[in-house]
Design a binder for this molecule. Structure first.
Ligand code: HEC
Ligand code: HEC
Length: 325
């Protein structure tokens, strides 16, 4: 009697299991996917076109808690495959946009936080969200951990839906990103950079590339070179969008020469299409005493900083330790 019940139960479990497998098989047959469970479609993403390299505070407001967007040590790189072409504000079927999030290891290796993609499928897949499929790789990066139309309970769909008009195209955010320090907020932005950034080096006296700039004529002045983000590393000959450098020229007691004039100079990798022939950097001069600001494509800064490669630096930034040079 007892044995029979056990067999019945076993049969029931078996039936459920078979039914379950049958169901998921049906799902797989549904619209032809360029990815499906086929990791091969995305595994060579590093050979695709790189469209973005960005660090906090780039896109921080749009990201909210997603994609480690509030962590200055994490960078985000976006790639797209050759099929990712836009016609009539829609991406073509077969488009794949891939994004990796990682920290730079000491040896220049990538310490991955997450890898994910969006895949444009046929018109009957996720029709309410322009036919995008979302997928996330496993931690090892050698397979797909999860994929579907409603990943993260639909959060991928709902947040990416805002990427239209000025913000992006067809659920894909605009690339390259642009990071604009809000006008009027410059002093508080660079005060935060000074408070939370890292001093890479403190220099004093003349320098090979300095000429008369940055207060070198006064031997008592010190120059602190500060980088805001741990993720601001030189990679593929550029710094990530959002990368922020501040140079503070001061006396040993923290006071400034000339009532603060020229005490803070700064560079922000603005990206977008701001100044493509000069690396899309925006230059700043801030007087920390009066809070007066001058900013823009300041030609004399550009002309001298263009010599950075001769110093072993690159992308308009002179050579300092721990920047990936
Ligand atoms: C709260 C908003 C938000 C959520 C939730 C979100 N994303 Fe994003 N995602 C963004 C923003 C903003 C970008 C722009 C790039 C950047 O700066 O990181 C982006 C970029 C991407 C990109 C590169 C293409 C592009 O649009 O820029 C992919 C791929 C991506 N996200 C996948 C996903 C997946 C998969 C999920 C769900 C598991 C997801 N995202 C959830 C906001 C979000
Ligand atoms: C004549 C050359 C010269 C000019 C002009 C110049 N700089 Fe520099 N700058 C340097 C050198 C050299 C360094 C390297 C650090 C040092 O030796 O002080 C530097 C460092 C910096 C740094 C730290 C990042 C880095 O590249 O090391 C910032 C930020 C900076 N300068 C901003 C500016 C701004 C803003 C202007 C224009 C208002 C400007 N600089 C004009 C030569 C120049």
């Amino acid at each position: 009697m007892r044995e029979n019940r056990r067999i019945l139960l076993f049969m029931l479990i078996l039936a459920l299991a078979v039914g379950f497998v049958g169901c998921s098989d049906d799902d797989d047959d549904d619209p032809v996917s360029p990815v499906d469970e086929d990791f091969a479609a995305v595994e060579n993403y590093l050979d695709w076109t790189k469209t973005d390299y960005v660090v906090y505070p780039g896109n921080a407001a749009k990201l909210d808690a997603a994609h480690e967007g509030q962590d200055p040590s994490v960078v985000r790189v976006v790639y797209q495959n050759d099929d990712a072409v836009i016609a009539d504000t829609m991406y073509a079927e077969g488009s794949i946009i891939f994004k990796e999030m990682f920290r730079w290891g000491a040896d220049g290796a990538k310490d991955y936080v997450a890898r994910m993609a969006m895949v444009k499928r046929a018109s009957d897949f996720n029709p309410d969200n322009n036919n995008w499929e979302w997928l996330v790789l496993n931690d090892a990066g050698d397979g797909i951990a999860d994929q579907g139309a409603d990943l993260m309970d639909g959060a991928c769909n709902s947040c990416h839906a805002v990427a239209t008009g000025d913000v992006g195209t067809d659920y894909v955010f605009a690339h390259p990103s642009e990071h604009v320090v809000t006008a009027g907020d410059e002093f508080s932005y660079f005060t935060e950079v000074k408070a939370n950034g890292t001093v890479l080096e403190t220099e004093q006296g003349a320098g090979d590339f300095l000429g008369q700039a940055h207060g070198v004529d006064d031997p008592d002045l010190m120059r602190d070179i500060i980088v805001y983000q741990a993720g601001a590393q030189y990679f593929d000959e550029e710094f990530p969008i959002g990368a922020t450098f501040l140079k503070e020229v001061h006396y040993a007691d923290g006071s400034y020469a000339n009532d603060g004039a020229g005490a803070w100079t700064a560079m922000v990798k603005r990206g977008g299409d701001y100044d493509p022939t000069h690396g899309d950097w925006e230059y700043f001069m801030i007087n920390p005493e009066t809070e007066a600001v001058d900013r823009g494509k300041i030609q004399m800064c550009i002309d001298c900083h263009a010599a950075a490669p001769n110093d072993g630096g690159g992308d308009y930034i002179f050579n300092h330790p721990n920047l990936g040079f």
